[in-house]
Design a protein around this ligand. Structure first.
Ligand code: FMN
Length: 196
């Protein structure tokens, strides 16, 4: 399996991601995020990829949420992209850190105002007695920031998954699927193929 690297996994990811943007009917940046809690219980949910590069894959969320509690206890995650129209998946695994305040501020500032207000109104992952409570909180946030910029809430920000493994899976005829695995070794990557 260990061979000299023949390609850069980030270049391959970019090529597949560009194709997914062209072919997926919606949300080519949607990815499943798997975390584990302190008791070892895994859980998974969808989030949106909002930035990526050699240093990792970034998503934004509420830092009081269930996934945030998992990541505080076990700061590692798995990501999965499934681009159905291309019959491809990409798996990413590695340690997770917070994005910097400057990075989270910049992304928050780029969001629509309603999304910004929603971040103030949402107590993500907490029980909600009635939908109206959320709407009331949204209205209160709107009134609070009336006429000015909406700052990033202290409980909202980015997380970066720094990949140690990236696996590309491509459907092939007769179920002879192709799996290409990149494993980080220091600053470089070892590449190999896996049996489907
Ligand atoms: C396609 C899709 C994209 C989503 N993107 C995000 C996201 O980027 N950030 C986020 O906090 N929740 C996102 N959600 C909602 C999450 O799946 C989840 O319901 C929420 O974050 C609470 O998860 P938790 O209770 O495990 O923390 C998305 C849901 C879907 C279906």
């Amino acid at each position: 399996m260990a061979r000299a690297m023949t390609d850069d996994p980030f270049r391959l990811f970019d090529a597949w991601y560009d194709e997914a943007k062209a072919s997926e009917p919606n949300d080519p940046n949607a990815m499943a995020l798997a975390t584990v809690d302190s008791a070892g219980q895994p859980s998974v949910r969808m989030v949106l990829l909002k930035g990526h590069g050699a240093d990792g894959f970034v998503f934004y969320t509420n830092r009081d949420s269930r996934k945030a509690a998992d990541l505080a206890a076990v700061p590692r995650a798995g990501l999965l992209f499934h681009w159905k129209s291309l019959r491809r998946q990409v798996r990413v695994e590695g340690p997770v850190t917070w994005a910097s305040d400057a990075e989270s501020d910049a992304y928050f500032a780029s969001r629509g105002r309603d999304s910004q207000l929603g971040a103030w109104a949402s107590d993500q992952s907490r029980p909600l007695d009635a939908r109206a409570t959320f709407e009331d909180r949204f209205a209160a946030a709107r009134a609070r920031f009336e006429g000015g910029a909406v700052p990033r809430p202290p409980h909202w920000g980015g997380y970066r998954v720094a990949p140690e493994r990236i696996e590309f899976w491509q459907d092939r005829a007769h179920r002879l699927h192709e799996r290409r695995l990149f494993v980080r070794s220091g600053d470089s990557w070892n590449e190999g193929y896996l049996y489907p």
